[in-house]
Design a protein around this ligand. Structure first.
Ligand code: SF4
Length: 60
């Protein structure tokens, strides 16, 4: 599975970074950056916590 982040939807809340910093980071503007495709329970938690539904897991 691949971690997808829709930066047009991201509102820079940082919840994903706080939840799984090995996979998510923020750029200088505060928007999400995906660092790796590591799939963990914390990645799924981050997807659930994102207030703008900007994150998802997909086959490609
Ligand atoms: S939790 Fe969602 S809105 Fe917040 S920084 Fe991550 S992707 Fe953006």
């Amino acid at each position: 599975m691949k971690v997808h982040a829709d930066r047009d939807r991201c509102v820079g809340s940082a919840l994903c970074v706080l939840t799984e910093p090995a996979v998510f980071d923020q750029d200088d503007g505060g928007l999400v950056v995906v660092l790796s495709d590591e799939e963990s329970g914390r990645v799924r938690d981050a997807i659930d916590l994102c207030p703008s539904q900007a994150l998802r897991l997909a086959a490609e």
